[in-house]
Design a protein around this ligand. Structure first.
Ligand SMILES: [Zn+2]
Length: 332
């Protein structure tokens, strides 16, 4: 799974500009589903038809977009100013390498007199090594997006770090579930959504088009086992987290109970997540049309939205088993 995950992470897909990552996922998942298509906003949808009579619609969503930057100004000396795309923490992004879809690299640097706590779009810039504005404009134009350079590295005990684990790990889990489920009882829509990081926008339109009966988002969560963090009952390596609540959703009891049962049946360890801040695609899938039975799985994650997002692949393996079992369950 490490190699597959890396493949998904290397493809770029800053919010609103997801075509490259979409093409990679589409090619990989096509052999395991009946249909692959994109909608107007760019959501990638892979449909595996259920074999049962009158199958229910199950929508599994993971966002393929990632946080990044959009060039909004080029000054006379050739430095670029950038607008943030999604929840960038500039103190974590400073003094790091950025890369454009063209392969052009640069470094993101704060102005020297600004304290780290005040880093923001207005006082950081990207240095691509240009000699002046004209030189910069030969390679970059206003509206181009770049991201912190991707990476994935193994740590001890099956743990890995890098970026953008958020949310290519969710994309990987959907892919692995499509690959490993033995039979599909429901019409299962694997949806790789766009623009989650700027306000769960792609999940909203795709859910309205699909009108699922059941929906599950897979995304990164938090972890309560790092020095100085707030009390939080989820730890890395202790199992995939079944979401109970975040700031956008209260998971449907039916979905929570079902995922708990599937985890127990498959002897998969799990934890329950209550996230005080933040939301996922579940928040809008639940409210599409007349509403649906929605829940979410969260991968316990340290240092989210930084260049060193850290997860435990054992949690991921368990989560894939639950998703595959969900595909195999005849939903009423
Ligand atoms: Zn995410």
């Amino acid at each position: 799974m490490f190699v597959q995950l890396k493949k998904f992470m290397m493809a770029d897909g800053v919010s609103g500009d997801e075509k490259n990552v979409s093409a990679v996922i589409a090619a990989e998942i096509a052999p395991y589903v009946d249909e692959v298509y994109s909608d107007a906003m760019g959501n990638l949808i892979a449909l595996k038809k259920g074999r049962g009579e009158n199958p229910k619609k199950l929508m599994l969503a993971a966002h393929m977009d990632e946080i990044g930057f959009m060039v909004n100004y080029i000054d006379d000396r050739g430095y670029l100013r950038v607008s943030k795309m999604g929840g960038i923490m500039f103190n974590a992004a400073a003094y790091a390498e950025v890369v454009f879809a063209s392969g052009l690299k640069g470094v993101l640097v704060p102005e020297p007199t600004v304290p780290a706590s005040d880093y923001k779009s207005a006082n950081v810039y990207v240095d691509i090594g240009a000699k002046n504005k004209k030189d910069a404009e030969r390679r970059v134009k206003i509206g181009d997006t770049c991201r912190l350079s991707p990476s994935l590295t193994k740590l001890l005990n099956g743990r890995v770090y890098g970026r953008p684990i958020d949310d290519r790990i969710g994309c990987l889990m959907l892919f692995e579930a499509a690959k490993s489920a033995k039979r599909f009882e429901n019409d299962t829509y694997f949806v790789f959504t766009v623009q989650e990081e700027v306000g769960v926008r792609g999940a909203k339109t795709s859910a309205f088009a699909i009108m699922p009966d059941y929906a599950v988002a897979v995304d990164i969560g938090g972890s309560g086992d790092i020095p100085g963090c707030k009390p939080f009952a989820v730890n890395l390596g202790e199992g995939i987290a079944i979401k109970l609540k975040d700031s956008m959703v209260i998971s449907h009891k039916t979905m929570v109970d079902l995922m708990k049962k599937l985890a127990d049946d498959n002897k998969v360890p799990y934890q329950f997540e209550i996230l005080e801040k933040g939301g996922t695609d579940t928040g809008v899938m639940q409210q599409a049309g007349g509403g649906c039975i929605a829940g979410a799985l969260s991968v316990p994650t340290r240092y989210g939205h930084t260049g060193v997002e850290t997860i435990d692949m054992n949690d991921v393996t368990g989560g894939v088993r639950i998703l595959a079992a969900l595909c195999e369950t005849k939903l009423a």
